[in-house]
Design a binder for this molecule. Structure first.
Ligand SMILES: *Cc1c(COP(=O)(O)O)cnc(C)c1O
Length: 394
């Protein structure tokens, strides 16, 4: 066993404060660090490992594909990307896919596709939302409504106006002759698990139809079963024009997708590309993930696991006098009512539970979609102790 001091962490750029441990191994809902300490992981690579750590379905897909074909270049067709595009489009309202390696890249593609679609009419502006998160490229940071991004990397990419979630008038007011699209997350993940109401999504669909605008859903965090439906837009029974996927689609490997309906899918040769876009190694994993999530009963199970987690969190909240529990499926937040989320995260880590605090008073839970009831209950036991300790010490 190597002590933490033996790892030369100073050679990595410092992009975020990290706890003094190094993860070496994962299995299902569990992670092990350099000291062989075990953690129950309700972060899962940030809602990435839909099937948990190192699931056999992904290991098999990677191994099989790595032995067959890894990267022929996006200048040629490959079977794995064709298969994945067919699976996603046949289970959604979209007709065509473009694959990328990260969510930010997929959203960058969505912005470009919307601008391409609106170019002939001189339309390029997009309406996005306060507290939204769309990625860390310059354009997606500009699209994001994250306050901390505002002073960074000026000048921003122009053409983004921010409306207020669940306030349709705030959207209507921002529309002008140059507006091409409205883009939102059906549930704002990084913003603290804020739900776009179903009625708001329906109003947005009606408004964008009426004003000849595109409706773009960023389902990078909510897609592929996370909310108990395959896509979160299905809860509202709407059909968006463009959707982006990432995170859970790859189940832990770098895979993202841009989906569009036929009439909106208007890229011309030269508009879009990327060396690793649609590479078979990642697309084979995407198909393995989709195959599991599409098994009969899988999504129902996500819903009932989510209901159990929500239920237990509500009891815990009542016990400690905390705030609301919100979210859908297995994307759930607990409002603490005071700014102790960072302390709770620290205490939980000490006790072998990984959770995330998207805001100073908010905890977020993103277990694997195949987490067990026993694992949820164990997480709640550890959380109970962590919260009691954080509340006691302030
Ligand atoms: C994580 C996330 C992104 C960015 O994805 P990356 O893979 O980190 O580039 C964009 N939108 C949403 C909603 C996300 O949760």
């Amino acid at each position: 066993m190597k002590p933490i001091e033996a790892f030369a962490v100073e050679h990595l750029m410092s992009i975020t404060p990290r706890p003094p441990l190094v993860f070496v191994r994962g299995e299902g809902a569990w992670l092990w660090d350099h000291d062989d300490k075990q953690y129950l992981d309700f972060v899962q690579g940030w809602a990435v490992n839909s099937l948990g750590h190192c699931p056999p379905a992904i290991v098999d897909a990677l191994t099989r594909q790595a032995n067959t074909l890894i990267s022929p270049s996006p200048a040629y067709f490959n079977e794995a990307s064709i298969n994945l595009a067919e699976t996603i489009t046949s289970h959604s309202c979209f007709d065509q896919a473009f694959f990328a390696s990260s969510g930010g890249e997929a959203n960058e593609g969505a912005i470009k596709l919307a601008r391409r679609w609106g170019a002939a009419k001189g339309k390029y502006r997009m309406i996005t939302f306060d507290q939204s998160f769309h990625g860390r490229t310059l354009a997606t940071m500009s699209a994001s409504g994250k306050a901390a991004f505002e002073p960074l990397f000026e000048p921003k990419v122009p053409g983004f106006s921010k409306a207020t979630l669940n306030d349709i008038d705030s959207v209507t007011k921002l529309i002008n002759d140059e507006t091409v699209a409205v883009m939102l997350e059906p549930i704002q993940g990084e913003g603290g698990v804020n739900l776009a109401e179903d009625s708001f999504l329906q109003d947005l669909r009606a408004l964008t139809d009426e004003r000849d605008l595109l409706l773009i859903v960023d389902e990078i965090q909510t897609g592929v079963g996370r909310t108990g439906q395959l896509w979160a837009y299905e809860h509202a029974s709407i059909e968006p024009d463009i959707m982006t996927l990432g995170k859970g689609l790859g189940g832990g490997v770098p895979l993202a997708a841009l989906l569009a309906t036929q009439s909106v899918s208007c890229f011309k040769p030269g508009d879009q590309g990327g060396t690793y876009c649609g590479n078979p190694l990642m697309c084979a994993v995407g198909s393995a993930v989709m195959n599991q999530v599409l098994q009969p009963g899988f999504l129902m199970q996500v819903s009932s696991l989510g209901a159990h987690l929500k239920d237990q969190l509500l009891k815990l909240s009542a016990r400690h006098g905390l705030g609301e529990v919100r979210g859908r499926g297995l994307l759930i937040a607990l409002e603490l009512g005071r700014d102790v989320a960072a302390q709770v995260v620290d205490r939980a880590l000490e006790d072998g539970l990984l959770i995330n605090a998207p805001k100073p008073a908010t905890l977020r839970f993103m277990p694997p979609l195949n987490v067990t009831i026993a694992e949820i209950d164990l997480a709640l036991t550890k959380l109970d102790v962590a919260i009691a300790s954080a509340l006691r010490d302030g």
